[in-house]
Design a binder for this molecule. Sequence first.
Ligand code: GAL
Length: 444
Amino acid sequence: MKVRTVPARLGALTAAAMIVFGACSSAASPAPAASAAAGGAGGALPSAATSGKLEIFSYWTAGGEAQALAAVEKVFNAQYPNIAITNAVVAGGAGSNANAVLAQRMQANNPPDTFQIHGGAELLDNWVKTNYMQPLTQLYQQQGWMDKFPKQLIDLVSYNGAPYAVPLDVHRNGVLWYNKSIFTQNNLQPPTTWDQFFQVADQLKAKGITPLALGDKDQWESLQLFEDILLSTLGPADYRSIWTGGFSWSDPKVTQALQTMAKVIGYVNNDHATLTWDQADGLVMQGKAAMNIMGDWAKGYFEANGWKPGQDFGWAPAPGTTGDFIVVTDTFGMPKNIKDPGQTIAWLETLGSVKAQEAFNPIKGSVCARLDCSPSVFDAYSQSSMQDFAKDQLVPSEANGPASIPAFLTPITTAIAQFVNDGNVQNAQSTIAAACKSSGACTQ
Ligand code: GAL
């Protein structure tokens, strides 16, 4: 079985991620002291329960997401038929709604038994450093996981040397998806640069076809588009460092990225503010738009709705980002003070297994977090994603990470949403630069 190797470059991502990943909400008060039931402060964990109830909290409701979660639950139910799963879901891509509900529950000492959270500071800043989570060192040791995941991915879920969550997937943000029949009928090639994008977009617009589908009802989607343009303009090194102020938000290259974004917005559907990310992908499926730039959870959506990769839809890195991979990883951990930690241990043991990861990721559009999944269970897109993950420059996502600290994510999301409406480059740039300093994200 071919084992996927991971590049040293992930180390750079990790270093950046350990500084810059954040989240939509931030935990305010420190957690209550760990109870004995959860293995106490020392990290001694109970063994997996064989019966009882388990509440899973996530935001996976869209096409591809729900099916992938169902697939991993099926693996779990086969192994633990007497543990009943309650699926607590809060719809809204990227946790745009779920993270606030999670914060309320955690701060009210009413945590779910386990919850979906991005690896990086969304987990670490919000929930680990504030003492809400149980260390999982014993679980990793018992399962022999320390060399089954890329060390750098384990680092994304670790604090002071202890892991606090299990990575389930690796998604790629910033992929250009296109309707193959529209491109074939109009003799078009997927654009690899923004100049090519605008040439293709002008040809489509002349035919009365909306060039780019956007659904930014939850706002993170336009931030996600901006980060792709920012990466293509800055390159990976300056992109990584802008989130901590190492590269200045006031730089002329940021002006250029915002100007490119303003031009791109001229080619999207007028009703973008009423649509979610998956509804925008629906426009591409219906032939009402030709392209969409989104993470590869969009692949899961397309396939859940009957589209075949390479036949109905094609893909390419977002213009100007070939060789760069925006990493998004979904993880699950164990809050402290849950009533029955044994059920959560059973879930985490399952989640970290090859069997569960090979069941989940092909449906989700992501690739395994584990190094030893079989590439044979993945199709051409996902195998290319595994290869790119192994060789590309890896960078964090702001919209799905985020690449900053929790306090900066809301103001930059709001500033970009405002910018999509008014196209005011100077206002957006100065607002973001000020927020990076006032939020504490820009420390350099
Ligand atoms: C991302 C998440 C993905 C997918 C996407 C759309 O933040 O990591 O798993 O859910 O949002 O909701």
